[in-house]
Design a protein around this ligand. Structure first.
Ligand SMILES: Cc1ncc(COP(=O)(O)O)c(C=O)c1O
Length: 462
């Protein structure tokens, strides 16, 4: 059984000893607030209770949302630190307020670690989220009304890639490319980025910026063909690696930094850091990016989160993170195989990364993504409904589910557990009208989660 994450993956947290837990139980206090500093929340029992309940939910149910992970206790500690008290508008060496000598060191450390992890000329670690990072880049590189070529939303693009619901589509003119149709041939199943279409649309629409990257694409995205097409039409290239950032850092996916003008990412998905965003850029674009993030777009940076990003960048540079990244992919492939055996069609025939999309129609034509998500959620399996390419159902209903392995791999699960998870999903959805069968699934999920606690030092049997 693989032990890629496992209990040895993080330095031990100083809190949560058995004695303390026993005391807290006997005093009627929550055993944990899901934070190394949970004990301080005793002053606010309502919030402490909610945090303890969420800790219980995260650790007793399967976390299969592809954009989530379990951070290390060190990342939690930095996020919950006194750095939240400091105003630091500006950048290291050039702040609006005093008292930033140490904060400058924190942000410099985070920037330097990000640059070194991805081999980038410049890093901006201030974006509060992936969406903020993308908006800042568009704002830095484009004039209102300029054309951007990005992935179709119903083929895997993100809201910030020009959704009608996003401000991006009001400020800039988005045109799109998609994936090829499914071929029915297991050797070449299709549903991969259609580069002929990328080139055709780029030539006819002459975008100023091409966006590569996706929120629900299970294959490697190579930078070369995007760079070539961008050069053919004189466009800039932005790569949004919000999802695979950790797989790139862990060396199992190609790094687009040498070929892209700008790379944006989130720090909380496969990279396993705090919730946040970051931007990598060429030296030439560095000043434009920085001045757009601040003062153009944001106010004071979240230096406690920036410290946590620094922790995560250092963790991702360690050899054990390479093993983790490889295990995430092996687990996603095992989950895809197991689900195919259960009768689900796996979009594009499998996965090269941490996520997979399943088409529920082959399993049961009546079953929607919405119903499947609800049934699984009620029985301890957390994932999200997702459109599949050319989905006949609306994005609120969908014919698909998106599943990811980043979090449970951190908890220490391996390919054997993924086979069990696939069979639990198949059983729950096949027997969704049988309360007894569903109760048995819930009990087995709880047993599995108890064997792989993501935070053994924050809680446990007292
Ligand atoms: C490809 C992509 N870009 C950007 C984002 C936005 O990140 P955030 O939710 O941190 O704003 C996401 C989030 O899922 C994403 O998948």
């Amino acid at each position: 059984m693989a032990e890629p994450g496992g209990a040895d993956r993080w330095v031990h947290s100083p809190h949560g000893s058995c004695t303390e837990r026993r005391f807290r139980r006997s005093a009627g206090l929550p055993v944990t607030a899901g934070s190394p500093f949970g004990r301080w929340l005793d002053t606010d029992p309502e919030v402490a209770r909610l945090l303890a309940e969420e800790f219980g939910r995260q650790t007793s149910t399967l976390q299969l949302i592809a954009s989530e992970n379990f951070t290390s206790p060190a990342v939690l500690a930095a996020t919950g630190s006194v750095l939240t008290n400091k105003y630091a508008e500006g950048y290291p060496g050039s702040r609006y307020y005093g008292g930033n000598r140490i904060i400058d060191e924190v942000e410099d450390l985070a920037r330097e670690r990000a640059r070194s992890l991805f081999g980038a000329a410049h890093a901006n670690v201030q974006p509060h989220s992936g969406a903020s990072a993308n908006l800042a880049v568009y704002h830095a590189l484009l004039e209102p009304g300029d054309t951007v070529l990005a992935m179709r939303l119903d083929h895997g693009g993100h809201l910030t890639h020009g959704s009608p619901a996003s401000v991006t589509s009001r400020l800039w003119r988005f045109v799109s490319y998609g994936v090829t149709p499914p071929s029915g041939d297991p050797g070449q199943p299709g549903e991969v980025i259609d580069f002929d279409q990328v080139r055709d649309v780029a030539k006819s629409e002459q975008p100023k910026l091409i966006v590569a990257g996706s929120t629900a694409y299970p294959r490697v995205i190579e930078a070369e063909p995007f760079r070539q097409i961008a050069d053919e039409v004189g466009a800039l290239l932005m790569f949004d690696v919000a999802h695979p950032a950790g797989l790139i850092a862990g060396g199992v996916h190609p790094n687009p930094v040498p070929l892209a003008d700008v790379v944006t990412f989130t720090t909380h998905k496969t990279l396993r850091g705090p919730r946040g965003g970051a931007i990598l850029a060429t030296a030439e674009l560095a000043r434009r990016i920085d001045s757009t993030v601040f003062p153009g777009f944001q106010g004071g940076p979240l230096e406690h989160v920036i410290a946590a990003k620094a922790v995560a960048f250092a963790e991702a540079a360690r050899p054990e993170f390479r093993r983790y990244a490889a295990a995430v992919v092996a687990n996603a492939q095992a989950l895809a195989r197991g689900l195919a055996e259960e009768g689900f069609r796996v979009v594009s025939g499998g996965t090269d990364n941490h996520l997979l999309l399943v088409d529920l129609r082959s399993f049961d034509p009546e079953l929607t993504g919405k119903v499947a998500q609800e049934v699984l959620d009620r029985h301890g399996i957390t994932c999200n409904r997702n459109t599949i390419p050319d989905d006949p159902r609306s994005p609120f209903v969908t014919s698909g589910l998106r599943l990811g392995t980043a979090a449970e791999t951190t908890a220490g699960m391996g390919v054997d557990e993924m086979a069990v998870v696939a069979s639990l999903i198949g059983r729950a959805l096949r027997q969704r009208d049988d309360p007894g069968a569903l109760a048995a699934v819930r009990a087995e999920v709880a047993e599995l989660c108890a064997a792989f606690p993501p935070y053994p030092d924050l809680a446990g049997p007292g």
